[in-house]
Design a protein around this ligand. Structure first.
Ligand code: SAM
Length: 357
């Protein structure tokens, strides 16, 4: 929080009735100082000035507005909230450092997650506090220590400002999700995808929500489609616990069933056929295409996520899907493909929607 302080600088005093006329003229001439607050009393207004007026500047104003006086006054500094991270850091970082800032960041509930370049690590707390100042709805700022890693796709983070917590509540498409940003995967960047698929779901569909995390795909389907039921399968026990809590929080116990376990083991044991399977595991989901081909109904639809090269994002993934389908004596019809998000300079995340015939 910035505390308002007082500073003495040049101001111009005028009778209240001429205040607006003078203010407009000062703005027009770029003389009004917005860093300080205008002073007022019963009869007068005093405008802070960017600099002491030159004789000719004063005379020009005096011709337009009568009775003005130029003096030094004590003004309160304007407690102006910076509008951007760069603006908040102008006084703390050099121009060179400001240029190195990565200003985009993820917001999960009231936690902001930002990447800080190595050259700025010594200033990480300052940057974290500035992000809190610019975004008052945030309570915590964490920095990313590496990309998502391991089977559970966790992103190592370090809290650099605000409350020392990793559990938060995120809202998306009218649903609420408890997320532990250190122990579970969650990406707000998939928000469009979740709704895009929800809108395609037909009445009474039976859905396989594989790699479910804390449940955003199946819970948003339950709220925004007329599906019959989704089976949400998740391997990470922390994510599974929150998935169960989120099902209850969103009152969709009748529509979403959570199962803790490995898709590879759970799906064959379930021995069911799905109308639609969603596979949001971009690193490694190709290893589960056999299970998907066996568990999908005739004319069922699969939404398959993968990381792919930016310069040729679909060819290899489509070829993999077709070759695994062939192995199972099936044909696929590609019904949609899109780049979901950028992941690195040469890498993107794609989704291929296909029907199994
Ligand atoms: N669908 C969630 C979302 O959009 O937030 C999570 C997606 S995350 C990229 C992939 C999830 O799959 C992780 O939560 C991970 O723990 C889980 N997972 C990885 N391998 C799995 C497996 N073999 N069986 C079930 N879940 C798995």
């Amino acid at each position: 929080m910035r505390v308002a302080k007082k500073e003495t600088c040049y101001g111009i005093k005028v009778a209240k009735k001429f205040g607006e006329k003078l203010r407009k003229k000062l703005v027009e001439k770029n003389l009004l100082d917005f860093e300080h607050l205008i002073l007022k009393n019963a009869e007068h207004i005093i405008f802070p000035l960017k600099h002491k007026l030159k004789k000719e500047e004063f005379e020009e104003l005096a011709k337009i507005v009568s009775g003005i006086e130029l003096e030094r006054f004590e003004f309160e500094t304007a407690n102006k909230k910076p509008r951007s991270l760069k603006e908040a850091l102008r006084k703390e970082l050099s121009e060179e450092e400001i240029e190195k800032l990565i200003t985009s960041f993820d917001v999960i509930g009231d936690i902001g997650i930002i990447e800080i370049p190595d050259e700025l690590l010594a200033k990480k707390e300052i940057i974290g506090r500035a992000l809190l100042e610019v975004n008052p709805h945030l309570k915590t700022v964490a920095r990313v220590l590496s990309k998502h890693i391991g089977k559970f796709r966790l992103r190592p983070i370090e809290i650099i400002a605000g409350e020392r917590k990793t559990l938060t509540v995120h809202k998306e498409h009218g649903c609420i999700f408890k997320v532990d940003v250190a122990k579970t995967y969650f990406s707000p960047r998939l928000s469009f995808e979740r709704m895009r698929i929800a809108e395609q779901i037909k009445k009474d569909e039976f859905i396989g929500a594989w790699f479910a995390g804390v449940g955003p795909f199946p819970i948003i389907f339950a709220k925004h489609s007329q599906m019959k039921k989704a089976i949400a399968i998740e391997l990470n026990p922390h994510a599974y616990k929150l998935l169960e809590e989120n099902i209850t929080l969103n009152k969709c116990e009748q529509k979403v069933q959570a199962i803790l376990g490995d898709v590879k083991e759970v799906v064959p044991k379930l021995n069911v056929k799905f109308d639609r399977i969603v596979m949001p595991l971009p690193k490694g989901s190709e290893l589960f295409l056999d299970e998907a081909m066996l568990a999908i109904k005739e004319k069922g639809i699969i939404h398959f996520y993968q990381f792919a090269p930016r310069d040729n994002p679909f060819e290899q993934t489509v070829a993999n899907i077709k070759s695994i389908a062939e192995k199972h004596g099936k044909k696929v019809k590609i019904i949609g493909k899109r780049i979901v998000r950028s992941v690195a300079a040469t890498k993107v995340q794609v989704v291929i929607d296909f029907e199994v015939e």
